[in-house]
Design a protein around this ligand. Structure first.
Ligand code: OGA
Ligand code: MN
Length: 213
């Protein structure tokens, strides 16, 4: 009986199904308008108000236990988000994330039990050199998630492209992704090397990871 109810309860979500099939075939997925125009401007407002309170810190390399600041590798400023202290604006963000996570866990048995997200600000002239999102002493990050909060009308010449590197037929391919507002990129943390090209206009995002225990 219980099983029957669960089966009836489950509604297939075409957007999430596309994300799942993209990731399983090409290790990444690009979603336009994951967040609506209004949601992006609310989240951008949240980022900017925290920037005004001066809460951002220079991002480090390595994890939170073992970090060093190396401006030659990355120059962004970050602020970790705390879901337990989320205000209404951040709840809007986490509700969408949690909905996606519960779908992934239900349909793909991904076993995502933890997540971590931070706001990120790339001042003019900064970049993040080619890297992998996993650490030597911690391989719990499974999926990387980046959501761009730039102003509407962001131009390719503003720089800050995300470049994913992977192999196709034995050849290295570069996939260039512009950080247009509302766009979300999800990719496999343990396999896809990537970089953020030098930024010419301040670039805003929320970045995070879905993790197993
Ligand atoms: C990162 C990262 C990509 C981006 O923060 O680890 O690779 O497009 N970000 O901001
Ligand atoms: Mn990264």
């Amino acid at each position: 009986m219980d099983q029957l109810f669960e089966a009836i309860d489950f509604v297939e979500n075409p957007l999430y199904e596309k994300i799942i099939s993209d990731i399983s075939t090409q290790q990444y997925s690009i979603v336009e308008n994951f967040f609506s125009y209004d949601e992006v401007s609310i989240l951008r407002g949240s980022l900017l108000s925290k920037q005004e309170e001066d809460n951002f810190k220079k991002a480090a390399i390595g994890n939170r236990v073992n970090e060093t600041i190396a401006k030659s590798i990355r120059g962004d400023m970050i602020l970790w988000m705390d879901e337990s202290k989320a205000d209404d604006k951040e709840k809007l963000f986490f509700n969408k994330i949690n909905d996606l996570v519960s779908y992934l866990n239900k349909t793909c048995f991904m076993g995502i039990l933890q997540k971590e997200f931070h706001y990120a600000l790339y001042p003019e002239g900064t970049f993040y050199r080619r890297h992998l999102d996993t650490f030597q002493n911690d391989d719990r990050r499974k999926l990387s998630f980046v959501c761009y909060l730039n102003e509407d009308g962001w131009l390719p010449e503003n720089g800050g492209e995300l470049v994913l590197y992977f192999y196709e037929n034995g050849q290295e391919v570069e996939k260039v992704i512009y950080p247009f507002p509302g766009r979300v990129v999800i990719f496999e943390s343990q396999v896809l090397e990537h970089e953020v090209k030098p930024v010419k206009t301040e670039r805003m995002s929320i970045t995070g990871w879905l993790k197993t225990r």
